[in-house]
Design a protein around this ligand. Structure first.
Ligand code: SF4
Length: 329
């Protein structure tokens, strides 16, 4: 009886990661999916894809790994704060550790040779493979015929002749293969990782340089929420930009931080550090009032809360053009 080989395949939810699963399955490989989550990328698309593929999916918290790579990227950052080479290597390394623990035979990824000029050229794929420590047990099924054969190919666990030979940025072959497998619902390529966005990168860089990361990582998760404004070297405020932001900020910001609101108007929840000095507090209140929906030119009533303590101020809102200078973007 022939043995059925088992692969753990990295599933981001993008088309390539879905196709990697399909082509391996077609060769009788048992495939399960690994999906990573962190404050910089979620699992929504991957969960949807896993459901459509009817595949067992393992969601793994990657927060500590990606924070380490962002702060000390051995192979540098991309255009923003994205340490793609190190991130890929660590994703494969963690998948390799689970492969050993769970008794799988190899790791698969949806990487396509030369699809991304910096992180998926032949050299980068080689660096990623070596740094992952599982170089000989990685299969990139969509480009396997163009890459040096690893153990699963050399030993005939999979037939490289039956695998695609995709290369470059042209997506037409992938789209044709998606039709072949009946894959209809897949996201547009790229996107999905906040670390590749320049504006988000500025917020993260500011956090790392000026504050450092909270032990429970709350301040990293909150980078996705609201407008982040730096008033001085020691003071950053976060101003909610919609009701959903306000709810998150009220609930998730550090309980010691100040909550600033305009109780008589519809407007933002603003979070400020508890040890803010009086000038910055006045400025934070004026910024909070600037984003409230004012109905007159009178000073705005602003409440500053910390736990059960509360103070009321009457403040003139900061003019919009004076507010912009504080935005971290
Ligand atoms: S885009 Fe984001 S998730 Fe993807 S490899 Fe780069 S840093 Fe990692």
């Amino acid at each position: 009886m022939t043995r059925q080989y088992k692969a753990l395949s990295l599933l981001s939810g993008g088309l390539d990661s879905q196709l990697a699963v399909c082509v391996l399955r077609e060769q009788g490989i048992h495939v399960e999916a690994i999906t990573y989550k962190s404050p910089f990328f979620g699992t929504e698309k991957a969960e949807k894809a896993a459901k459509a593929l009817s595949i067992t999916q393992h969601i793994i918290d990657f927060t500590e790994d990606i924070l380490e790579q962002v702060q000390r990227p051995a192979h540098g950052l991309g255009n923003a704060m994205n340490p793609c080479i190190d991130c890929h290597a660590f994703m494969i390394m963690r998948a390799g550790e689970l492969m050993e623990k769970w008794g799988f035979d190899f790791i698969a990824t949806g990487e396509v040779l030369a699809q991304r000029p910096m992180s998926q050229n032949k050299t980068s794929l080689g660096v990623v493979a070596r740094c992952s420590k599982y170089e000989d047990l990685i299969v990139r099924p969509l480009s396997a015929g163009l890459l040096p054969p690893t153990k699963p190919v050399r030993e005939g666990w999979i037939d490289a002749e039956r695998l695609p030979r995709f290369s470059g940025r042209n997506r037409s072959p992938q789209i044709a293969l998606a039709e072949h497998y009946g894959l209809k619902d897949y996201p547009a390529p790229a996107g999905g990782c906040l670390l590749t966005e320049k504006r988000f990168g500025h917020k993260l860089k500011d956090l790392l340089e000026k504050e450092g990361i909270d032990e429970d990582r709350t301040n990293v998760w909150l980078l996705q929420t609201g407008r982040h404004m730096r008033l001085s070297d020691k003071t950053k405020i976060i101003v909610g930009s919609c009701q959903a932001d306000n709810n998150i900020l009220e609930k998730q910001a550090n309980p010691n931080d100040l909550r600033i609101t305009c109780p008589e108007l519809s407007g933002p929840v603003t979070i400020a550090p508890h040890d803010i000095d009086s000038d910055d507090l006045k400025l934070a209140c004026a910024i909070c009032a600037r984003y409230a929906k004012k109905t007159s030119d009178d000073p705005v009533k602003v409440e500053v809360r910390r736990g059960r303590e509360s103070q009321i101020f009457f403040i003139d809102p900061l003019p919009p053009d004076a507010t912009q200078q504080y935005m971290i973007a």
